[in-house]
Design a protein around this ligand. Structure first.
Ligand code: FAD
Length: 465
């Protein structure tokens, strides 16, 4: 069998290649690192995590990304298996030791008999003799390839910026001021209810901090103002610009936490840090992505109580994001309509996040392998998180003008809703919170059942697993 070519060995490319190889089809991964780098990657490992080490909430019954985790696990995802094997404590989230995680993915792929890894940049359209290609080159697709894609599609490419949160050495945090606790003492994967380090702020300290953020020197970007930010990854200074209370209701909210050093004093705001490596020596400042200049970051972040002597392993930064207008360009098999030998996967298709990128890689890999084996499969139903993601990138936006399609994380809004029961089993009327909790669980149960049906029925690949 002729191999399928996967361009880019990131989250999506690694997952796609794994699915193809597991289906019994040979695959070549073309990864440009370390021959050529990107502005964010720092290693030559496959599936490198460029920023946070979190795959977010891991609860299939209560969170959409947790549901996506569960579906991917059912389909033998290499990203989920390696994440599970290298998790670090993180409250109700799945966070991973970044080095252990990427090393595991790299090792598994390199040792698979059907996988070849070629370290080279694909610096233009893939050669015509590659009859089945998955382009998974991510938000930092090399300029030569993005120009070629642009030329092929004729569509405008949308570029915007994300922001990296700073990482602090544990030993430099003053634990006489800071304390360990997860919000509401929620237990993480290892049963750890103290997965976060918390730094408390009084009202005066918070107000001074906001002033400093607003005044701090920022990196200049000409087209910054046209950047279509997506909520959930706003730079802190942009949040502060939106209102002095915004941070206190966002990443710095003081709820569900009690300062063990001063139990009677309610903090006005709290900065949280989450473990970033297995050793527990590095901690990242949750939600503190920023475009402040490095000097300003060091100065301002050291005004946070507990971080006065912080030593930063990495400061916050910015990055570009490249994605195509998928609803117009791709079919439901993720093939480019204008050139169906080319499939797209990962963040470049307009999903957002490590897990979502890997999820689209998983589907692209399965579609390509099934096609190669002469037994094409349908996408999973929209009632599954995987089907909902495909729906987001390939459907529903066809009539929208270019530029209106925006990247999105998986969320319940993409899945068809289920009406919750009005009453509990004991006849009691259910409150709004209870209803919402039940609704999420029902959506999760339906998704996992429908995915099972899809695997058994449509997916001829199941037999090869
Ligand atoms: P990548 O993982 O970037 O993989 C693409 C690969 O293609 C890279 O290895 C690259 O070297 C290679 N490549 C590029 N061009 C070529 C070429 N022409 N030839 C050969 N190889 C090529 N998501 C989160 O969930 N959490 C975060 O904290 C987070 N932070 C981010 C921070 C930054 C700086 C950026 C840019 C994105 C961030 N994202 C984050 C978004 C996104 O989920 C990740 O970028 C994710 O890695 C995307 O997966 P991917 O496989 O699509 O791309």
């Amino acid at each position: 069998t002729a191999p399928i070519h996967v361009v880019g060995g990131g989250l999506a490319g690694s997952e796609a290649a794994w699915q193809i190889a597991q289906a019994g089809v040979p695959v070549v991964i073309h990864e440009m690192r370390p021959v050529r780098g990107t502005p964010a990657h720092q290693t030559d490992k496959l599936a490198e995590l460029v920023c946070s080490n979190s795959f977010r909430a891991d609860d299939w019954a209560g969170n959409a990304v947790g549901l996506l985790h569960a579906e991917m696990r059912k389909l033998g995802s290499i990203i989920m298996a390696s994440g599970d094997a290298h998790q670090v404590p993180a409250g109700g989230a799945l966070a991973v030791d970044r080095e252990g995680f990427s090393a595991a993915v790299t090792e598994k792929l390199l040792s698979h008999p059907l996988v070849t890894v070629s370290r080279e940049e694909v610096a233009g359209l893939p050669p015509a003799e590659w009859d089945s290609v998955i382009v998974a080159t991510g938000p930092l697709t090399s300029p030569a390839l993005s120009e070629a894609i642009l030329e092929l599609t004729g569509e405008g490419q949308l570029a915007f910026f994300d922001a990296i949160a700073p990482i602090v050495h544990l030993e430099s945090i003053d634990m006489d001021v800071a304390w360990r606790q997860s919000r509401y003492d929620k237990e993480g994967p290892g049963g750890d209810a103290a997965a976060y380090i918390n730094c408390p702020m009084s009202r005066e300290q918070y107000e001074a901090f906001i002033d400093a953020l607003l005044a701090g020197e920022k990196s200049e970007f000409k087209d910054w103002e046209q950047v279509p930010y997506f909520d959930g990854c706003l730079p802190i200074e942009v949040m502060a610009e939106r209102g002095r209370e915004t941070l206190r209701h966002g990443p710095m909210k003081p709820v569900g936490l009690t300062n063990i050093h001063k139990p009677d004093e309610k903090p006005w705001a709290v900065v949280q840090l989450r473990q970033d490596n297995a050793l527990g020596t590095l901690w990242n400042m949750v939600g503190f992505q920023t475009k402040l200049k490095h000097g300003a970051q060091t100065e301002i972040f050291r005004t946070i109580p507990g971080l006065e002597k912080a030593v930063f392993a990495r400061l916050g930064g910015l990055h570009r994001n490249t994605f195509i207008n998928s609803p117009r360009l791709l079919d439901r098999q993720l093939r480019m309509k204008a050139q169906p030998r080319l499939r797209f996967a990962g963040q470049v298709t307009g999903v957002e996040g490590y897990v979502e990128s890997a999820a689209v890689g998983l589907l692209a890999g399965r579609f390509a392998a099934a096609e190669r084996l002469g037994r094409p499969i349908d996408p999973p139903p929209v009632t599954t998180a995987l089907g909902a993601l495909i729906g987001h990138i390939t459907g529903g936006h066809l009539d929208a003008g270019a530029g209106s399609f925006q990247p999105m994380n998986i969320n319940y809004g993409l899945l068809p809703p289920i009406a919750p029961p009005k009453r509990a089993e004991d006849g009691r009327r259910l409150g709004a919170k209870e209803k919402s909790r039940i609704k999420k669980r029902l959506v999760g149960e339906r998704a996992l059942a429908d995915l099972e049906t899809w695997v058994n029925g449509a997916s001829t690949l199941a037999a090869a697993e």
